[in-house]
Design a protein around this ligand. Structure first.
Ligand code: ATP
Ligand code: MG
Length: 390
């Protein structure tokens, strides 16, 4: 019995002349994820990508699980490869679906014939194979509207494929096809979700995290590294930059109006992020901000933050409610880590009454009243890089 994994292209299928670039990026990313399971060969035809295992002992369920997190496929499934002969198709399909058939009461057959040279048309394939399945599994009945099992036969140019239904793919477009950006990653719920959403649009991510020892602990930093690990099945390897932020926060505390502390801190975070991003040729910043969620995320605060940015800032969760963000955090399995109660540098020295409607001119004046440049340069120079591998 020869099996493989079929990936159905989503948006990639709609691309024009550059479709190949997207397909190649998808295959490259898929290869990177599946390598640890064993060797696969990859081919593409008719908006479908085939991952063909090169040895018997490869765990295909695990491969499907990993493959379902690679952006670029709308659907995927494990499928049986059969010779394009109708008797062979029936015989092998009946054996192949046994486990699912025994757990189902209703079914239907779907046939797709993209090889028009095959002598039977799709409705005929459905009828004939449906009849044979009923003979083999007499407890089943046909239900075309709401079947528990869908047996799909695809007659393609190279072979026939049989499977018992598609699983949803990760959607989106392949990571690496939309340039690269720096994610401001805290230990919270929102920024890992922001990472997932921008990686889904093809952006290659690096992450930057600010720490303020001794106010923040080593364990808080390790928590953020674990969040990066959770992101790698979707994002691939993540370059993780860790910035020592204590001196800047102490300077802010000692030299700036207390009610502007948070907004000034955010502007300085952005400044450091974009210096490293520019040096590494990244084109944008990403944050997990959502309008109105906290004082630093009011419209006025965002205006003041953006005024400190030379590159676009993507905020994919800007219009989402916390419950919607949490739903994605659970799906990508970052939620349980995010809610672990470690301190974040944002909560160090937070003012009792932060300004929710900061005026940009006041903010800029407060920032200009102290020379932060040497501290910024020092923080950038002392930033540590660690690549979090898949
Ligand atoms: P999150 O759940 O992502 O922590 P939050 O609701 O706690 O967000 P804030 O603490 O105001 O919101 O942070 C807003 C955004 O600023 C975060 O989504 C993240 O992008 C960035 N950020 C906050 N703290 C840090 C940090 N210590 N290091 C890097 N980025 C940070
Ligand atoms: Mg936070």
């Amino acid at each position: 019995m020869k099996e493989l994994i079929i990936f159905k292209e989503g948006e990639i299928a709609l691309k024009g002349l550059n479709k190949r670039t997207f397909e190649d990026a998808f295959i490259r990313n898929l290869k990177h994820r599946l390598n640890k399971l064993g060797k696969f060969e990859y081919t593409k035809a008719q908006s479908t990508i085939y991952a063909i295992p090169q040895s018997e002992d490869i765990d295909l369920d695990e491969a499907v699980e990993l493959g379902s997190k690679v952006f670029g496929a709308a659907a995927l499934c494990r499928a049986l490869v059969v010779e394009k002969d109708f008797d062979a198709i029936c015989k092998e399909a009946i054996a192949y679906i046994e486990e699912t058939a025994m757990m189902s009461r209703t079914f239907k057959v779907e046939a797709k014939r993209s090889d028009k040279k095959f002598p039977m048309k799709s409705p005929e394939i459905c009828m004939e194979l449906g009849g044979k399945i009923l003979e083999a599994y007499p407890h089943l009945t046909v239900d075309v509207k709401n079947p528990q099992m869908v047996v799909t036969v695809e007659i393609r140019d190279t072979a026939a494929y049989v499977h018992a239904g598609n699983l949803p793919g990760a959607g989106g477009i392949p990571v690496g096809t939309s340039g690269s950006a720096m994610l401001l990653l805290s230990g919270g719920i929102d920024s890992p979700v922001a990472a997932y959403m921008m990686a889904k649009r093809g952006i290659k991510l690096s992450a930057i995290h600010y720490v303020s020892p001794p106010y923040t602990s080593e364990r808080a930093r390790l928590k953020v590294e674990r969040l990066c690990e959770k992101l790698t099945p979707y994002c691939g390897d993540v370059a993780f930059y860790c910035v020592p932020f204590t001196k800047i926060q102490e300077a802010l505390r000692d030299n700036c109006p207390e009610e502007l502390f948070t907004i000034l801190m955010r502007r300085l975070m952005m400044e450091i992020a974009q210096r490293i991003a520019e040096e590494k040729d990244m084109q944008a910043l990403i944050t997990g901000e959502s309008v109105g969620q906290v004082a630093s995320q009011t419209m006025g605060a965002i205006v003041c933050t953006d005024a400190a940015c030379r590159m676009p800032v993507f905020r994919p969760v800007i219009g989402m409610d916390k419950t919607e963000i949490v739903e994605i955090a659970r799906k990508i399995d970052t939620f349980d880590i995010s809610i672990e109660p470690y301190e974040d540098c944002c909560t160090v020295f937070t003012p009792k009454h932060p300004k929710t409607k900061p005026v940009l001119a006041d903010v800029e004046a407060a920032q200009n009243a102290f020379d932060f440049e040497p501290l910024i340069a020092e923080a950038v120079a002392e930033t540590e890089l660690k690549v979090i591998k898949l």
